[in-house]
Design a binder for this molecule. Structure first.
Ligand code: ISL
Length: 539
């Protein structure tokens, strides 16, 4: 599955912002790569406070991205190539400019209950310090509560103040969302990636949370996998997906989800979602201060984490596999070496991830080995999470390593001006390295990151052991080498990845068989810097 972040993919009309016709012009790239499905980040009508994750009309395309006709054309064109289209479903919150919320601001409106409106804390006046109904902090810094002066009540927003949370306790809210989802399926889309879908159900008593330092508390115990989440997802499945003849796909984005919960969410017998995006492996290099508190990764921790998820979802459920998306820094800069060994480390990381059991996701540009932005000035950043964090903390520490804009610089198509992304001024700076790292150069070089991704995708399509094989972790304590096997029907793949820039000797206690894929051309016994190898043994 390939994720397109439309704002940064390809701009067809020169306004500096990517759009649907831009994607249509670049379909060859996806076809050549061999992807089965595209996940399209939001293109709905939106004030763009959080780049489209703040939706003001679920059934319209934002003019910045094009029209509904363009989207129909994109769906048809993808389908002609056998590629499915999965839309982003953002229904924990709407935009504050959505007509539902505009109506809800009136305390006498029937839509008042569609959102979480609460009076100030008992004994305190609206707007007084500490008068917020709970002490919870927002994902984007500050309180989760915003005061509406007109009614003197607060509304809940786990994300920005322009993203009020819908009240999923309200039956009409749920039915309105399901109707909207059916409308998209009837239009031909093949499923949904569901934004923060495990926070839909809140503890309605809204208790205060523990303070771990800083002003605002952690309210997550009241909304991560809350009391009615399984009921809601099962109901959604019955109302939207059950009985449809098409093969549809759902993946729920679930920060804080545990393996035990993921087994329940993805148990086919329960019919909730097909897979979840879990966050454990992308939190291993966070310090106690959170994502901007940068710590080095210990490879043994990564292996322990993935190993637990592989074992935990082996018999029931299914894993998603990802390094990158529009919220994460670039993996080659994060766990690899984006300097001298960029090609080697990007291809090694891809090999290790893609040969796990589960459905791999490729985020646009990952297949080119695109790197972090390496921005140096605050005025280069656009992301609301980053800007709010810098405002609240007064510091840029960790932002260059962890800011979400690392993933959001324009797709590097060629060495033309603006990397061939736009003829106008891009909404965010193009990474300075586009002259060297770009799709045209990658396609021309048979040993490139792009062609390695293509080979990994082809291997998954051609050899059933990749999709179906059992997973066994080897060398769990080795500090630099990631090693595992996959077995199915008498075939065993052995996968080795060197997570270091130095030579590593590996002793295996089985014959790994023929070398079928590697990121080095000449054979050798010792693993070279960032080398990846896939061996295949039959019998
Ligand atoms: O990006 C993050 C890392 O700090 C997460 O906290 C992220 O906000 C969380 O994973 C939820 O992400 C999704 O919902 C957000 C949106 O900003 C993200 O882009 C989206 O992927 C609110 O809709």
């Amino acid at each position: 599955m390939y994720q397109v972040y439309p704002r940064s993919f390809a701009d067809s009309d020169g306004d500096g912002i990517g759009d649907l016709r831009g994607i249509l012009h670049r379909l060859d790239h996806l076809v050549e790569l061999g992807v089965d499905a595209v996940w399209l980040s939001p293109v709905y009508a939106s004030p763009q406070d959080d780049n489209g994750y703040d939706i003001s009309d679920y059934q319209a395309v934002d003019p910045v991205f094009g029209t509904l006709d363009d989207l129909d054309e994109l769906i048809a064109a993808l389908h002609e190539h056998g590629i499915k289209l999965v839309m982003d479903l953002v229904v924990n919150h709407t935009s504050d400019e959505h007509p539902w919320f505009v109506e809800s601001r009136d305390p006498t409106s029937p839509k008042r209950d569609w959102y979480w409106w609460r009076p100030p804390r008992a004994g305190l006046a609206a707007g007084a310090p500490g008068a917020e109904p709970t002490n919870w902090g927002s994902f984007f810094s500050g309180s989760v509560w915003e005061l509406d002066e007109t009614s003197g009540e607060y509304y809940l927003h786990l994300f920005s103040r322009k993203q009020p949370d819908l009240n999923w306790e309200n039956e009409e809210v749920r039915q309105a969302v399901y109707a909207m989802m059916r409308w998209w399926l009837d239009r031909g889309v093949d499923g949904f990636r569901m934004d923060v879908v495990n926070v839909l159900s809140k503890d309605t008593s809204l208790p205060d949370g523990p303070v771990h330092g800083g002003v605002w508390a952690d309210g997550s115990a009241s909304y991560i996998c809350g009391p009615r989440i399984h009921d809601f997802l099962a109901e959604m499945h019955r109302a939207v997906f059950a009985g449809r003849p098409e093969r549809l796909l759902t993946v729920g984005e679930m920060p804080g989800v545990t393996i035990d919960q993921a087994r329940v969410f993805t148990d086919p017998a329960r019919a909730e979602v097909d897979m979840v995006f879990q966050f454990e492996h992308v939190g291993l290099d966070h310090g106690p201060g959170g994502k901007f508190d940068v710590r080095p990764l210990r490879l043994a921790d990564l292996k322990a984490s993935f190993g637990r998820w592989q074992a935990g979802l082996a018999d029931i459920g299914w894993n998603s596999l990802y390094w990158d998306n529009h919220d994460q820094p670039r993996i080659v800069s994060r766990f690899g070496d984006d300097g001298h060994f960029r090609r080697e480390s990007a291809t090694m990381l891809a090999t290790v991830l893609h040969l796990h059991r589960g459905t791999p996701f490729v985020y646009q540009g990952e297949e080119l080995g695109m790197t972090n932005a390496h921005f140096t000035r605050l005025d280069q950043y656009r992301d609301i999470e980053t800007l709010r964090h810098v405002e609240a903390s007064g510091s840029l520490a960790g932002v260059a390593e962890r800011g979400r804009d690392n993933a959001r610089t324009p797709m590097q198509w060629s060495s033309d001006p603006n990397a061939g992304f736009s003829t106008g001024t891009p909404w965010i700076d193009v990474n300075e390295n586009f002259g060297i790292i770009n799709a045209a150069a990658e396609r021309a070089d048979p040993e490139s990151v792009f062609h390695h991704y293509r080979r990994l995708i082809a291997l998954r399509h051609d050899d059933p052991v990749v999709a179906l094989g059992d997973f066994t972790m080897l060398l769990p304590d080795h500090e630099h080498v990631y090693a595992f096997t996959r077995s199915w029907d008498g075939v065993t793949l052995t996968v080795l990845g060197n997570f270091s820039g130095s030579l590593q000797d590996v002793v295996l206690d089985h014959d790994p068989g023929e070398l079928i894929l590697s990121n080095y051309s000449a054979p050798a016994t010792t693993l070279r810097p960032w080398e990846a190898r896939v061996h295949r043994h039959v019998g």
